[in-house]
Design a protein. Structure first.
Length: 593
């Protein structure tokens, strides 16, 4: 017995030596190769010393909710950060479901970042309010070292600030403004300033911003910035960009060139001899129609990414283009592509890794095609023909259990899958889809993000229970119109051990069930719910109360896009305490302890 005890003690000592005896230099080198935040978090929990080593070596952090912490806390935890991504408004804001005055000001963050984060070289703000003054403060403090500035779906600033950035940040490699709302859109002097003051720029993106951009300034930019690889602009007529493409020999990705008169023949608009630089292999063109699509044909075989979401193409047009693109890795289209088009994708694009099929324009027939319906036929074809997919988001008009099971059988590399079932078709082929969802989740074991937005009756309580049971690794989930009762939600919440962020819409659950589910989901950090069985006082939500857990009630806007009675709940962990900037439409029900 004494020998066994000595042996066990020796093993414990050896374990401690292996855990804590690693030299700091070696540990630092190892940590340099660990990028996954979950792995980093696990390392930091080993001991205080490893936590400190993680803090000093962590170069990038994503704060998924700006109100979950404070910039002061973040600096104390990670004083050597070089890159920060910060999100504010809930994702639902992209669909006009969140009041404009909800909050999300970047001012307190930018003040602290500018004053204390001495190594910060890259800043990515998403769905935040950023003022001209904020940008001025940032530029004054970081202009000499700022390499990347991303204002992603932000608002509140103007082209005056862009000019300041262009003049001052001479080491800027990335300027990203996509889908931001920017004042002074007619002023494009900032592009000229950028072209004459910056020679290391690699990425410029102001796609879908309505910013004016003169072809002369864009051509000057391309000519001066010899490292430019990505250029995504607003609407600018393609015939005016011929000089730009001739001037660039390094451009790899382009988005935003538009076509004007769909009735003009190709020959009359000089598209037949159009030129793209040899390095270009990622492309998105606006308002392209059948008359112009032939400009892609000579270059189609080398394309790795193609975005046709903003085009006037029919199902047949999609087929003609896609069959010439065997090397596509990323394809983004509307559902006008139809089952027939997806069949061509499955036959042709064997290297496809990312596929997005967005909803077409139901109100404007000019954008649609009578064949443009995606159903289980197209889904089955893609599942069988494109096994290397890692991301797949699709809108469908019909779907079956067999099609969902086919995804689980063939698409083993999926880490992000999102399906939205449209209401175009009155009768669906098969109900419910419980077994299909089970088959998909059992087969796609690498899934980390999952969205399943369907119609009432499509997924029963049993199916909701399957989602909980077979979603062991999923961290983000969006569910719409799922389940039949509180029982289904409670069954769901007994699973999902890794789920951190949950969004629910159009659910039939009571406040009490939502509160209990939030407590049972052990990893949950964020919950957003719109449309539930609300009580007059919200008293049943008290079950959800716990330390550091903020709960906000967002009242419906009777004159807004949300129908009357669609209350919202937003709950999240926060080390920052109670919000102090809530507008009248946001009511903190129970402040954090």
């Amino acid at each position: 017995m004494d020998g066994e005890g000595s042996s066990e003690e020796g093993e414990r000592q050896l374990g401690r030596a292996l855990s804590f005896g690693i030299p700091d230099t070696a540990l630092g080198l190892v940590l340099g190769y660990v990028e996954d935040p979950w792995d980093r978090d696990a390392i930091s929990l080993v001991c205080r010393h490893w936590c400190r080593m993680d803090a000093l070596s962590r170069k990038h952090v994503t704060v998924a909710m700006a109100y979950s912490t404070t910039p002061e806390r973040l600096f104390r935890r990670f004083p050597c950060l070089e890159s920060l991504k910060l999100k504010a408004k809930p994702r639902a804001a992209m669909f006009n479901l969140i009041p404009d005055d909800w909050g999300g000001s970047a001012s307190p963050w930018i003040r602290q970042l500018s004053a204390t984060f001495h190594f910060l070289k890259a800043l990515h703000l998403r769905r935040m309010k950023v003022s001209d003054e904020d940008i001025t403060v940032l530029v004054r403090a970081k202009a000499h070292m700022l390499a990347a500035l991303k204002l992603d779906r932000c608002s509140g600033f103007s082209t005056t600030s862009l000019s300041l950035v262009a003049r001052s940040c001479k080491k800027l490699e990335t300027l990203f403004l996509e889908e931001s709302i920017i004042a002074g859109k007619e002023n494009d002097e900032w592009i000229r300033e950028l072209a004459t003051n910056n020679y290391v720029l690699e990425t410029l993106n102001f796609f879908l911003t309505e910013l004016k951009a003169s072809p002369e300034y864009l051509t000057l930019l391309v000519r001066n910035c010899q490292r430019l690889k990505t250029l995504k602009i607003s609407e600018c007529l393609m015939p005016d960009l011929i000089g730009l493409f001739h001037a660039s020999q390094t451009l790899q990705e382009f988005s935003g060139g538009s076509f004007d008169d769909q009735r003009q023949a190709v020959e009359s608009t000089n598209y037949e001899n159009y030129y793209f630089p040899p390095s270009l292999h990622r492309l998105s063109l606006l308002y392209m129609g059948p008359n112009e699509m032939q400009i892609l044909f000579p270059y189609a075989a080398r394309l790795k990414k193609l975005d046709l979401q903003f085009t006037f193409l029919s199902t047949e047009d999609h087929c003609q283009i896609v069959q010439r693109c065997p090397n596509l890795e990323v394809l983004e289209v509307r559902d006008v592509i139809g089952d027939r088009g997806l069949g061509v994708v499955a036959q042709t694009c064997k290297k496809l890794q990312r596929l997005r099929v967005e909803r077409g324009d139901d109100e404007h027939g000019a954008l649609e095609d009578e064949q443009g319906i995606v159903s289980q036929v197209g889904v089955m074809a893609i599942a069988q023909g494109c096994p290397d997919l890692t991301y797949w988001a699709t809108h469908v008009s019909d779907i079956t259990n067999a099609a969902l099971e086919a995804i689980g059988t063939h698409c083993k590399n999926l880490n992000d899958f999102r399906l939205v079932l449209l209401e175009r078709q009155a009768n669906l082929t098969e109900l419910p889809l419980d077994n299909g969802v089970r088959g998909l989740l059992r087969g796609c074991t690498k899934l980390r993000r999952f969205a399943f937005y369907v119609r009432p009756g499509v997924l029963s309580d049993i199916g909701l229970g399957y989602i909980g049971e077979f979603s062991r690794s999923i961290r983000y989930m969006l569910l719409g119109n799922v389940g039949q009762s509180d029982h289904g939600l409670l069954q769901f919440s007994q699973g999902c051990p890794s789920l951190q962020k949950l969004e629910l819409r159009g659910c039939r659950f009571t406040e009490r069930a939502l509160a209990i589910a939030a407590l049972q989901l052990k990893s949950l950090r964020y919950l957003w719910v719109q449309g539930y069985k609300a009580s007059p006082t919200g008293v049943d939500l008290m079950t959800m109360i716990r330390p550091f857990w903020n709960i906000e009630f967002i009242a419906p806007e009777h004159d807004g896009p949300c129908p009357r009675g669609t209350q919202q709940i937003l709950a999240y962990y926060s080390l920052a305490g109670r919000r102090t900037d809530c507008p009248p439409s946001v009511i903190p029900l129970y402040p954090a302890f």
